[in-house]
Design a protein around this ligand. Structure first.
Ligand SMILES: [Zn+2]
Length: 236
């Protein structure tokens, strides 16, 4: 195999590795996973806000409901006392007055507590709805994580195989030429050589000056010049 062909095979191997590596690092599922994670962070914040806002409403309801219970107990006490009372008529009158006032207050407080309960239930329902959406997104995140891991593992295997092939091609290139290739690859990235296609270096896509294009054509199979723009070894 000529140096020219060996270098061409190495160039193709490096481009394959680059292509598969790019694919591995730019998975659509990986982008979606990032998007879902960002949505989940926003949902967690909304849930925290909703819970923080619901807490005072719950405390207010519990206090109102305790007050209503106290009045109910007092009402029963008074009703029992009046039923069995042997007290003086003045005490009875006082108790009847208190009972009447307790009944009014108790009914009013029951209504207040009921209104507060409605607010608490509404907020709880909103929190549960947020949780439900977050649960669905968390499940989606898990499934995406599994998919991304599997795809990456498959592509990593493929890259490993490509690297073995690449090593075979590299060993077919003579030492000093391989050094030039590797230096160019380090500088330019992806590959250390490129092909001239329609007067352009297909590594950096910049057109060669007509004189340079003529020089590349005139080179022997074991002679190479670098692309003036990207420094890669130019292949015909
Ligand atoms: Zn170039």
């Amino acid at each position: 195999m000529s140096d020219h062909d060996a270098l061409g095979a190495l160039l193709d191997a490096d481009r394959w590795i680059e292509r598969v590596s790019f694919q591995r690092n730019h998975l659509a599922e990986s982008d979606e996973l990032e998007a879902v994670e960002s949505v989940l962070r926003a949902e967690a914040a909304a849930l925290r806000d909703a819970q923080a806002a619901a807490a005072p409403a719950r405390v207010a309801y519990e206090e109102a409901s305790e007050r209503a219970d106290r009045l109910q107990r007092r009402r029963r006490e008074l009703e029992t006392a009046l039923a069995v009372s042997t007290a003086s008529s003045r005490d009875l009158t006082a108790m009847q007055h208190e009972l009447a006032s307790v009944i009014v207050q108790s009914e009013r407080d029951d209504e207040v507590a009921l209104g507060m309960l409605a607010e608490v239930e509404e907020r709880d329902a909103a929190i549960e709805a947020l949780r439900e959406v977050a649960r669905e997104n968390a499940a989606r995140r898990e499934s995406l994580r599994v998919t991304v891991d599997e795809l990456r593992a498959t592509l990593d295997d493929e890259i490993a195989v490509l690297r073995v092939t690449r090593a075979t091609h590299a060993s077919a290139v003579s030492g000093p030429l391989l050094d030039r290739y590797e230096r160019a690859r380090t500088r330019a990235g992806t590959s250390g050589a490129s092909r001239v296609v329609e007067g352009r270096c297909d590594g950096c896509r910049i057109a060669l000056a007509p004189l340079d294009a003529d020089r590349v054509r005139a080179l022997a199979d074991n002679e190479f010049m670098e692309c003036p723009s990207c420094g890669r070894l130019l292949l015909r």
